[in-house]
Design a protein. Sequence first.
Length: 517
Amino acid sequence: MKTETNVQVSVENDENSMDEQHAILKEESLDPADWDTFRTLGHRMVDDMIDYLRSVRDRPVWQPIPEEVSASFREPLPRSPESIDRVYEDFRRRILPYPTGNIHPRFWGWVMGNGTATAMMAEMLAAGINLNQGGGAQAGGLVERQVIDWCKEMLGFPREASGILVSGGSMANLTGLAVARNSLAGFNIRREGLCGGQMLRIYGSTEVHSSVTKAAELLGLGQKGLCLIPVREDFTIDVSALRHAIREDQASGVRPLCVVGCAGTVNTGAIDPLEALADICQEEKVWFHVDGAFGALAYLAPELRPLLTGMERADSIAFDMHKWMYLPYEVGCTLVRDPEAHRLAFTLTPEYLEHTTRGIPGSDLWFSDYGVQLSRGFRALKVWMSLKEHGIDAFGRLVRQNVEQARYLEKLVNEHEELELIVPASLNIVCFRYRGSLTDPVALDALNKELLLRLHESGVAAPSYTVVHGKYALRTCITNHRSRREDFELFIEAVLRVGREITGSLDADSSATDAHR
Ligand SMILES: *Cc1c(COP(=O)(O)O)cnc(C)c1O
């Protein structure tokens, strides 16, 4: 009895102290104070962004950020609240006008996608539902599994393979190469680490993307663990040099781990002879990874598919959907032929993550067992909605449209004596330069560097640049669903105009110098 009284007393005490706390602390949350006002602003944001997308063609591709705008991003940490209307106004004024420009129909720099209206809304829906895609009994896992199944089918990969959505091509390469390393190192590398093991090596051409180098570094193989094989005239890997390098390593006690085949190099869009690479990997029992960041998507166009023969034999494929599938950042994918090898490379289940058969952890879909991240966002939603809305064939037609536009641009370049095609377009990349009547290589490089920057600053078009065959080139990579033929005509007109302007001013400069003498 005595105990009961005690309990009662202590409960009363607790209630008292809770009341006191209530008096002092008003509980709060981050939800809007007035949902109706918030709804009005939310609708305005949606309207604004739809207008923004719809009118993209009327704006410059890009514009420099004014000094006062850059300087304005040095505000002190906000301590007191500001109305969301004002914060949004700030976004409209200081952020919205100054993006990279890649949503514009005349942006063809690096390898960038444009995004779509539907995927923009999908991003909002995904953020609203805010589920954690690491795993568990939630619909997001089912959506991602569905998307991965579609990815396998659309790229001709076996149904039994596994896969995971990641942030992009870099992470997709790292993920695929991590599975390669953990599967073929020849010892339990997850337990032992690299210490004491045989030296491991990855092979790829000198045109391999920098993310492969980063992956080799992060996986502990180092840059020495990545053997760069020379390319042929068309920038594809020299297969006999590769065979030779593998044999030589084997003879000297290095363990050949993986060959990275490029399905679309970043410089010129070259596609390695994937069938030959698959044969070598099979013979030498080496992992075959394909970096198909953008090029793998050429598979979607039946006419282009033969270029990628052999890709379906890869042990892992890395590709991006924020490039040549035009979805907004970020989304890439790794597919792995052997699902068990994929799982064993990453699975790690401590007590606090034990899977069950019921309740929220009651699911066999744990993407955290197949990649680096534990908590994961719902990037699968925008892919799922986009594929359903447009159908995969629309993406195939757009890929082909871009390749045809590259051919068209090449034709326009060849029609002008003042322009020089640096390398024939193999896929969707055209590298050329303005030469006017110049012949000096140093002057030509300087001219084209200046031309590129003036072009960007004019806001008319945005190619990027590279050096091919020792020549500085304007590099036009077409992964843009908004481009039209007229856009390439406008681009060429601008290149000619700016090129003449610069060479004109060069002439004026040199005559000015002459006059001084
Ligand atoms: C862009 C690219 C990558 C890296 O992909 P991100 O999505 O930028 O991380 C890797 N390989 C190639 C060939 C690429 O073009």
